[in-house]
Design a protein around this ligand. Structure first.
Ligand code: UDP
Length: 323
């Protein structure tokens, strides 16, 4: 089988490329290297069965050519990180909306099996409780981070519409805080940031009072879920949460990271307004209902939060080590 992974040099994408190759498939990683890094695919250098195609998913000709040669397409390319989104709303919009339309249209032409990554942000910043896929999307077009959510929901909507009208075999996943090795601390994600500070013994910056909760899914489990979904025809035309139900408060996560790092790094609490400016709403909770994923594929995470924290700390130490 030949797989196309857009965003294949990124965090989740490169782990997926590794796994597809290990399973004996040919893989093309399409990535513009804006946030992805060629080094993430360094293990495949010289391997003719893994190709890095450097290009933009908004380049319709390029995408069409790559999709035509693929048996399955994983569309993971998109704008990354709350911080980057806040700084570049127009770029976020264009990458996510035009990029996703380009991939979906190319897949629809040949009826190519595809999976697109949306986001748990689709539920909006005020959604609470355990979020099921039929939970209404409540996004405020004027919200500080909602341009990201709205742009991802636009992609979801097109995917489902193309499934309905053209029988496009597409599954839309909504990942909830995927973490693990290779995730950069640069784009604002909490676990790599905490790990980078903790291993240096520097203060961990906790936003707000740290009582907001998240669930974290190890990237190895996330890759399992994506692969299982693409081999499950019953997932076509559906939105599916991909996440863990192990919930943790952000301040407790910070303490756990410091304990695993074994340093005396302190926590520093900073008001949200000081981080992102006024008008920014941070979700208080974000916990997925994962029963649809389980029912469709039998998936259950094999790794726990403690594993993800241990891996993040190890990664942060490696990034610090002189080469
Ligand atoms: N966060 C934090 N310190 C950081 C980065 C993030 O306290 O250095 C908080 C952030 O405000 C949010 C949570 O950690 O409450 C998760 O943030 P992330 O950006 O990783 O994911 P998301 O907000 O998209 O769930």
């Amino acid at each position: 089988m030949r797989a196309l992974v857009t965003g294949g040099a990124g965090f989740l994408g490169s782990h997926l490329v590794d796994r597809l190759r290990a399973a004996g498939h040919d893989v093309v990683a399409l990535d513009d290297l804006s946030t992805g890094r060629a080094e993430h695919l360094a293990a495949h250098r010289g391997d003719p069965r893994v190709t890095l195609s450097t290009g933009d998913v908004r380049d319709r000709g390029l995408v069409r050519r790559e999709v035509e040669r693929a048996d399955v397409v994983f569309h993971l390319a998109g704008a990354v990180g709350v911080r980057r989104v806040a700084e570049d709303p127009a770029g976020t919009w264009s990458r996510n909306v035009e990029g996703t339309a380009s991939v979906l249209e190319a897949c629809a032409r040949g009826g190519t099996r595809c999976l697109i990554a949306s986001t748990s942000e689709a539920y909006g910043p005020t959604a609470a409780g355990t979020l099921c896929e039929d939970h209404p999307v409540v996004l405020d077009p004027a919200g500080r981070r909602d341009v990201y959510g709205v742009s991802k929901v636009a992609g979801e909507s097109l995917a489902i519409a193309l499934h309905r009208t053209s029988l496009l075999p597409v599954t839309v996943v909504r990942p909830f805080n995927v973490v693990g090795p290779r995730q950069s601390a640069r784009y604002g994600m909490v676990l790599p940031r905490f790990a980078a500070s903790a291993v240096r013994g520097e203060p961990l910056t906790v936003h707000g009072d740290g009582r907001q909760t998240r669930t974290f899914l190890h990237v190895a489990d996330a890759v399992d879920a994506l692969l299982l979904l693409t081999t499950t025809p019953a997932s076509e035309g559906l939105l599916v949460n991909v996440g863990s139900d192990e919930e943790v408060a952000i301040a407790d996560l910070a303490r756990l990271v410091v304990a695993v790092a074994g340093t005396a790094a302190p926590l520093r609490f900073v008001p949200f307004a000081d981080v992102y400016g006024p008008g920014f709403t941070d979700p208080l909770t974000r916990r997925p209902d994962v029963s649809l994923l389980r029912r469709l594929t039998g998936f259950a995470p094999r790794l726990r939060l403690a594993d993800a924290v241990a891996d993040a700390v190890r990664s942060a130490r490696e990034a610090m080590a002189p080469v």
